[in-house]
Design a protein around this ligand. Structure first.
Ligand code: G4P
Length: 525
């Protein structure tokens, strides 16, 4: 691929995640988007509730059992001359670090909200991660075919609860049984609501923003109400500001119904227009690597072992940051300076996993891994290897002590723990003196998945003893005196052998600070 072609290809990429609270409609809207992209033939195949087939994102038995998605997968399709990569984020309330890391690999996010429920806890958490990264966030307020909360109320909640400015791209004309359509502020037209798939019916608006001539909708009192509301929004609301959208300070808001495929196409068309193509990435030396750099580079944001139970495999998910990936190319892994040939690559889709020949910046590739990679690793074929900025490590809040049930099976127990920790499934600590294993996580579900996988993949039954929620605080090794430890502030060490205390509560922390005023504790690694 020459430079010009690379530039054209990179510009076409749109890589994003859909964030929402469970049941808001993420799966339904993903299916509709895939249908537009011609990937799945029938709705219902992403989660497979109705068709009985399971997509890759639902491969794990634990997921089937609990009907949730705990892994993230990648779906790719072409639409309107764009190549779209959707990264799936787990939709369960129990949070995991996997979700956070997936959000590090996207260029923008779509936030789906249930119109009857408004902002829910999971949406808020995920939103905050996106905000922290300063990426554009687009909002889709779903289920307008049902009675929900007043649109003005929902817009106000966005601003108050999330602290983000909002701009309505369209405005619902009625809701539930009374849903008549969308007043499309952005496209200056009305999109009429039709339940069945009868094609899309638009009515143009005149310069005054009204329907010209006779139209049945004009007879409806809701029509005038909407005109008044739209006028109010125009006078008192925020203005459409591309710069603010780009930094995530203003979210464009769309209304619609994923289930009846209403407003989804309008959303997709505008979204792909404003969502950014791949951006530059910063290295630890603060150098910016442009996506169109002729050299290939990327980072591992996720490692997944045993995706296919029939083939014991381990796949490293890599976000390409620059250049082009070609199967069989030679790269260097910055951390170990190891040279490797990338011959076993795979691409992910909703219904199949295919061997990938080539991909460019913005795309996600899966590489079969034999234990070389760690989360956050950078690979590149630049002459002087680079390392991208560290992925944030999330300070765990929940802890468990863990032991092998069968003492004769120590080998598989240690191997399982080492591999799952390397994958980033949980964080590992050891008690300072005895070296006993302690696991840390941000969500309870991470422990359950860990336990399940230890048994299924490593044939190791583990006993987990909850230690409850604790606050992890690192101490400068120079200042450490082992006598500082007590049952309320347990002394442990992390994977780099750095000492830290697990405080029982804020009271224990204050007590410590009073007793050792000169000791500086930090919350981050
Ligand atoms: P999630 O991935 O965010 O968890 O949500 P999902 O798409 O699975 O949707 C949750 C439920 O909400 C599903 O119903 C789905 O059919 C419904 N839903 C999604 N979008 C809309 C919409 O625009 N309007 C209405 N009325 N419902 C919507 P379910 O009964 O839980 O599942 P199913 O058995 O129907 O699949």
């Amino acid at each position: 691929m020459n430079t010009e072609e690379l530039e054209t290809q990179v510009k076409k990429r749109r890589t994003f995640a859909i964030i929402s609270h469970p049941d808001a409609g993420k799966t339904t809207i993903t299916e509709q988007l895939l249908l537009f992209g011609g990937v799945v033939r029938s709705a219902g195949t992403v989660k497979g509730k109705k068709s009985g087939t399971f997509a890759k994102s639902d491969w794990m038995e634990i997921e089937k059992k609990r009907g949730i998605s705990v892994t993230s997968s990648v779906m790719q399709f072409d639409y309107d001359d764009k190549r779209v990569n959707i990264l799936d984020t787990p939709g369960h309330e129990d949070f995991s670090e996997d979700t956070y890391r997936t959000l590090m690999a996207v260029d923008s996010a779509v936030m789906v909200i249930d119109s009857a429920k408004g902002i829910e806890p999971q949406t808020k958490k995920l939103f905050q991660i996106c905000k922290m990264r300063g990426i554009p966030i687009f909002t889709f307020i779903n289920k307008m075919d049902r009675d929900g909360r007043e649109p003005l109320d929902l817009m106000a909640e966005l601003e108050e609860v999330l602290g983000v400015e909002s701009y309505p791209m369209n405005w619902p004309i009625g809701m539930g049984k009374g849903l008549k359509g969308l007043y499309d502020i952005y496209n200056h037209r009305i999109e009429l609501y039709q339940k069945e798939d009868k094609g899309i019916n638009y009515v143009d608006l005149n310069d005054a923003g009204e329907i010209e001539g006779d139209h049945p909708l004009k007879e409806d009192s809701i029509y005038q109400e909407v005109l008044d509301e739209v006028e109010l929004l125009g006078d008192a609301g925020n203005t459409f500001d591309e710069a603010k959208i780009a930094t995530g300070d203003l979210t464009p808001v769309f209304f619609g119904s994923a289930l009846t495929n209403f407003g989804v196409k309008t959303f997709l068309d505008i979204y792909l227009n404003y969502a950014p193509a791949p951006q530059e990435h910063k290295t630890i030396e603060e150098t910016l690597i442009e996506p169109t750099n002729e050299h290939f580079s990327g980072f591992v944001f996720k490692i997944q072992a045993n995706m296919n139970p029939n083939h014991r495999d381990r796949i490293a998910f890599i976000r390409i940051c620059s250049g082009e990936f070609e199967r069989g190319m030679d790269v260097k892994l910055a951390r170990t300076e190891k040279k490797m040939r990338l011959s076993n690559s795979t691409q992910f889709m909703a219904d199949s996993r295919e061997v990938l020949e080539s991909a460019v910046a913005g795309d996600i590739i899966g590489l079969y891994d034999t234990g070389n990679f760690q989360i956050g690793d950078t690979i590149s074929n630049l002459k002087k290897p680079i390392t991208f900025e560290k992925l944030p490590q999330f300070t765990p809040e929940l802890f468990m002590s863990v032991n092998a049930k069968n003492v004769m099976k120590q080998k598989s127990f240690h191997k399982g723990i080492q591999q799952l920790v390397q994958e980033g499934a949980v964080q590992l600590y050891r008690s300072y003196n005895t070296g006993d294993y302690i696991l840390g996580a941000v969500g309870q579900l991470q422990f359950e998945v860990f336990q399940f996988r230890m048994l299924n993949e490593y044939n190791s039954e583990v006993i987990m003893t909850p230690m409850g929620s604790k606050t992890a605080r690192w101490i400068d090794p120079e200042q450490l005196d082992e006598k500082m430890s007590s049952s309320r502030n347990l002394l442990v060490k992390d994977r780099q052998d750095l000492p830290l205390f697990l405080f029982e509560n804020a009271f224990a922390e204050r007590w410590f600070a009073d007793k050792y005023p000169d000791v500086k504790l930090t919350s981050k690694l």
